[in-house]
Write a protein that binds this ligand. Structure first.
Ligand code: ADP
Length: 679
């Protein structure tokens, strides 16, 4: 059964193939007969030969397997016209090869057939029209020559007529069929363009009648004046520009048929010589108008395609931009908003017309997290333009209704071929994240505060035990209770640090600057640290400016700063070394430096050193008990009170930490809590 059904399918295909072959044969034969009837040179070479186009299109569109129809058609038509058997075989072979090689060349050179590109049209003209037709003309005329039907003298004229006929057949008919097959679709027909098409058809018919017939005789221009042919040019250009490659091919087809017919019947501008001369001239004319309009229409189609691609790309980019959940604003180098996406306009509460084309500074007001309004050169936009670098940070954006919301903003310069053409701002509303952070800090603040009471109680009781307040302890008991005491102290330190971190992050710690002698505070801290320096045989050497004035500092915060820097230096120094502390006035600033010759900080980890909980690799092996919070805390204190901190460090050579404040001292802040000093 299975075998049978397969066989059936095979037979069906065979049947369709056979019908197609027959149809192609009939069309070929009929059109060829028609062509030969129109004044064939030497009886067989005609200037009008549509079969070439039909054969080329058939093989190009449906495949090489249709060659037998062409061969049979060409053979038969020549036999009927009176060619001896072998001459007809030769001619048929030439015509078949012309179509097969023509289609092969078209495929080889990437011809698609829709003429959406100039290249497509050029390939067709070159290979389908000019080259492949040389084959049929040469083989055909040579066959006639060998068969004694063409003399040496008549050879060139016969060849010329053959070649022109074939080339025009390919150019007019072949092109029409292929372009029709590749471009025609009912869906593409635009009803709205009917009036234009109607107007074109009317003018086209009128012009053709005027040019090629003597219906409207004129005393001004003779009916056969060659100048008349130009009258068709505007219409041909109209077709090429407005109706695409298919419309153009149809137009040319009709001009060809009409002009050949009228020339044949003796009217129109191509009637000055013998019929074959006239037809040769006419075919030259058709060749020129067909070729040029074909190139023109394909160029225009190519332009449309590119325009559409560009538009599609643009729409796609815009859709992507619109779909981004973050706010995006693009600003040109003059500070004018070029583009704003939906997320940005809804976050800012402005419409597109209120923002695009306006000055960015007017559209978006930006404040620092401390509430200072940024304008002109201080805005991230200007910084990015100036430095050509990406700027990131947290800011407040002001809505048009004056409400502000916190954002995390990335401002990047847009560089096109080496020049900055603008800036792109991408931002996200972080109100929610900030609230969550705040809730977390509040929780930590509360929890660590609560934890301090039991820890303090434990400190007192273990202290009392160690002080023998309730009697003597055995050596072992002393040792155990000593461990408890030490670890309890560590816990208190950690809890205090956590409390400080949460207060810093909530911005709720007091800064109360009063005039102080900074060297005195440094000395006090050094004194407190004696037990540690002594146990490691470390010497701390202080060097203070002799004329150091009193500076307005919060003594508690200053103590925390010294205490952290010095205890780090002690921790990360080898035994028997020295640490240098200095407080000097330099460039209208008071600068503290703490310098050790200890283990140093590895280069690759230096940029993370002020991050919360960060500890360098070497520090972890030197001291297992650190928390990685000290530097984060003092950096926050210093920056929130108007100073800055930085350091220099070389691995295994030592580190120097610097802290600088303006001579005016720390900036004051009122708040609910003080920070806790661990010492
Ligand atoms: P902790 O000392 O508790 O680890 P800090 O925040 O005070 O935390 O310091 C963070 C890290 O910075 C330390 O773990 C250490 O790696 C490095 N560091 C700080 N001060 C020094 C120093 N004087 N010498 C070497 N490394 C240091």
């Amino acid at each position: 059964m299975k075998h049978f059904s397969l066989k059936q399918k095979y037979s069906r295909e065979q049947f369709i193939y056979a019908v197609n072959l027959l149809l192609l044969f009939l069309v070929y034969f009929t059109t060829a007969r028609l062509g030969l009837k129109i004044n064939a040179v030497s009886g067989f070479a005609t200037l009008v030969w549509p079969p070439t186009g039909i054969a080329l299109a058939a093989i190009f569109l449906s495949g090489r397997k249709y060659w037998p129809a062409i061969f049979a058609g060409a053979f038969l038509v020549n036999v009927v016209t009176g060619a001896p058997f072998f001459v007809a075989i030769g001619i048929a072979a030439g015509n078949t090869l012309e179509a097969v090689i023509g289609a092969m060349l078209l495929n080889r050179f990437g011809y698609i057939g829709n003429q959406n590109k100039l290249n497509d049209a050029l390939t067709f003209i070159l290979h389908g029209v000019v080259f492949s037709t040389i084959i049929a003309a040469t083989i055909g005329v040579t066959s006639l020559f060998i068969g004694g039907l063409v003399s040496t003298a008549a050879y060139p004229a016969t060849w010329m007529a053959w070649w022109v006929g074939d080339a025009l057949g390919a150019l007019v008919v072949g092109n029409l069929i292929i372009v029709f097959a590749k471009r025609f679709s009912l869906k593409k027909i635009k009803i709205g363009r009917t009036p234009e098409v109607m107007a074109f058809i009317v003018l086209f018919v009128v012009s053709n009648i005027a040019v090629f017939t003597h219906v409207w005789g004129s005393t001004i221009i003779a009916p056969s004046s060659p100048i008349l042919v130009y009258a068709l040019f505007p219409l041909l250009i109209w077709a090429a520009v407005r109706f695409g490659p298919l419309g153009t091919a149809v137009t040319i087809f009709f001009v060809s048929i009409f002009s050949i017919w009228t020339t044949f019947t003796g009217t129109g501008p191509f009637t000055l010589g013998s019929l074959s001369q006239n037809l040769l001239m006419l075919q030259g004319y058709i060749g020129i108008i067909a070729g040029t309009t074909m190139l023109l229409s394909s160029m225009i189609a190519e332009r449309f395609t590119i325009e559409k691609q560009l538009l599609d790309e643009k729409n796609k980019d815009e859709a992507i931009l619109e779909s981004i959940g973050d706010g995006v604003i693009v600003i040109d180098t003059k500070g004018v908003v070029m583009l704003i996406n939906h997320a940005a306009s809804s976050m800012l509460g402005i419409g597109l017309d209120e923002s695009i084309g306006q000055l960015y500074e007017k559209v978006v007001k930006i404040e620092t997290m401390d509430g200072a309004l940024l304008s002109g050169e201080t805005r991230p936009y200007s910084q990015a333009l100036r430095s050509m670098k990406v700027i990131t940070g947290n800011y407040y954006f002001l809505r048009w209704n004056k409400k502000k919301f916190p954002v995390t903003l990335t401002t990047a310069p847009i560089v096109l071929e080496g020049t900055v053409v603008g800036v792109i701002d991408v931002f996200r509303d972080i109100s929610h994240a900030q609230e969550v952070d705040k809730a977390k800090s509040e929780f930590i603040s509360l929890a660590s505060h609560q934890l301090r009471t039991p820890l303090t109680t434990m400190k007192w009781y273990t202290g009392a035990l160690l002080d023998k307040d309730v009697g003597e302890l055995s050596e072992e008991q002393r040792q155990y209770i000593g461990e408890i005491y030490h670890n309890n102290e560590r816990m208190i330190g950690l809890v205090n640090s956590l409390l400080n971190v949460s207060r810093i992050e909530l911005g709720t710690f007091i800064i109360n600057p009063v005039p102080v002698h900074m060297n005195k505070i440094a000395d006090e801290v050094i004194h407190d640290l004696l037990p540690y320096t002594d146990s490691k045989k470390i010497k701390i050497i202080g060097r203070y400016d002799k004329h150091l004035p009193e500076i307005k500092m919060d003594p508690e915060l200053l103590r925390i700063i010294f205490q952290n820097l010095l205890s780090n230096s002690i921790k990360y120094s080898k035994e028997d070394s020295s640490i240098h502390v200095s407080v000097v006035v330099r460039d209208r600033e008071v600068v503290i430096s703490v310098s050790d010759s200890g283990y140093g900080i590895p280069k690759r980890e230096q940029e993370k050193i002020f991050t919360k909980l960060f500890r360098a690799d070497n520090a972890r092996s030197i001291d297992a008990e650190g928390s990685g919070l000290g530097l984060y805390i003092i950096k926050s204190i210093i920056e929130q009170s108007g100073g800055r901190i930085w350091f220099e460090s070389q691995i295994n050579e030592g580190s120097t930490f610097y802290v600088a404040f303006p001579l005016s001292g720390m900036s004051a802040r009122e708040a609910r809590h003080s920070l806790v000093n661990n010492s």
